[in-house]
Design a protein around this ligand. Structure first.
Ligand SMILES: [Zn+2]
Ligand SMILES: [Zn+2]
Length: 377
């Protein structure tokens, strides 16, 4: 069978032959891949030209967002059966630390984890994959059409879980019992900013709106770009921040000098991300999910920022990856998103390619495009 990925010492994405994987243990599942989503991590690996190939291997299959049909199961597998649509989590734990041993490899303490399609393990851009049942998540019938977005949705679900866990440290500042962080409507009376209108930022906007937060989405594309219009469809205010400094942004009509109760950074724009700390409200929380790539030196008043973080009880938290529990939780969230925002799926999955055109999928993303998916079925 064919794998799509990168070869050690070579740049660019290419195809190579792989043996079809077989079930070797009774807790394994053989899956026929249906679709693979590409994101900034994939494009970043390609641009860097040096994929993180396992020692001893010559190539790495790319792709870490997928759906597929179960083809065969080991004798001990109980949660999925042949014919089921499934998705597969990305990270495999180090096998040493307590978070990994308790199925929270997203919180690995040793850094010795691996990740399918990203870090020392083959990804999903191939015809068949085998994985252990504990990493295979069944997709319910009402989630099948959005399931290729499971991984980005799970990243956002983890970020929002962090917000709710951490903010349960105090009663919220309004009088509405529905707006406590333990309520589904926890976002009411709160202003949230999402930095970046890529797939991750848009998924964050959708989930924040389900929680009734006032949502502002920022990016550097014009207001008529499909990303910006989609943010509007998700009932968020869009601000094109190109050429604006943080002070100008915070005086925009959508914000009018209010402070931000929740910030989710999903762009990796380090300068802007840091400046925004100055505009956090008291007892607020800032979740960083974007990974800045290039070096960026900035001049900040460090004393002012640190003084404010202390005096205002502010939390800045990084959040990376997600575990099985987040993938399972988004299977509850997808039907809600579809009811509230029925056009979201078609408006976010803009660029679809058959497997034979994988090179175009990696290199020719349309300027109006948001999410690229490769169809293998
Ligand atoms: Zn670990
Ligand atoms: Zn309230």
């Amino acid at each position: 069978m064919i794998g799509i990925g990168m070869i050690r010492g070579e740049s660019g994405v290419t195809e190579f032959k792989l043996p079809k994987p077989r079930i070797k243990a009774d807790d394994e599942v053989l899956i026929k891949v249906r679709e693979v989503g590409l994101d900034g991590t994939d494009f970043g690996i390609l641009a860097k030209g040096a994929p993180d190939i396992a020692p001893g291997a010559d190539s790495m299959v790319l792709g870490h967002e997928m759906t597929g049909f179960v083809e065969e199961i080991g004798s001990a597998v109980t949660t999925v059966k042949p014919g089921d649509l499934v998705t597969v989590t990305v990270r495999r734990g180090c096998g040493i630390c307590h978070p990994c041993l308790e199925n929270q490899s997203d919180m690995c303490m040793t850094g010795l984890y691996t990740e399918r399609g990203i870090h020392k393990l083959d990804g999903f851009l191939t015809e068949f994959v085998v994985d252990k049942e504990q990493y295979v998540v069944k997709v319910p019938g009402d989630c099948t059409d959005m399931a290729v977005l499971s991984e980005p949705l799970s990243i956002v679900a983890k970020g929002i879980e962090q917000i709710r866990l951490i903010q349960s440290r105090m009663p919220w500042n309004c009088a509405h019992p529905d707006h406590s962080f333990s309520s589904p409507m926890w976002g009411g009376c709160k202003i949230a900013m999402v930095i970046g209108a890529g797939p991750l930022g848009l998924m964050a906007a959708a989930q924040l709106r389900l929680a009734e937060a006032t949502v502002i989405v920022t990016d550097i594309v014009p207001e008529n770009h499909p990303k910006a219009r989609l943010a509007g469809y998700l009932e968020a205010q869009y601000i094109n921040v190109k050429g604006l400094n943080a002070a100008q942004i915070m005086n925009h009509d959508a914000i009018r000098g209010e402070r931000l109760d929740v910030i989710i950074e999903a762009s990796g724009a380090s300068n802007f991300a840091l400046e925004l700390v100055n505009y956090m409200s008291r007892s607020s929380i800032y979740v960083m999910t974007g990974i800045p790539q290039q070096e960026q030196m900035v001049c900040v008043d460090a004393a002012s920022i640190l003084r404010q973080i202390v005096r205002f009880n502010q939390v800045i938290v990084g959040s990376v990856n997600s575990n099985r529990h987040h993938f399972e939780s988004i299977m509850q969230i997808i039907p809600e998103i579809k009811r509230r925002f029925p056009e979201l799926r078609d408006r976010v999955l803009t660029d679809r390619y058959p497997l034979s055109e994988y090179r175009r999928a990696f290199t020719e993303k349309s300027s109006e495009g948001i999410k690229t998916v490769i169809d293998l079925a």
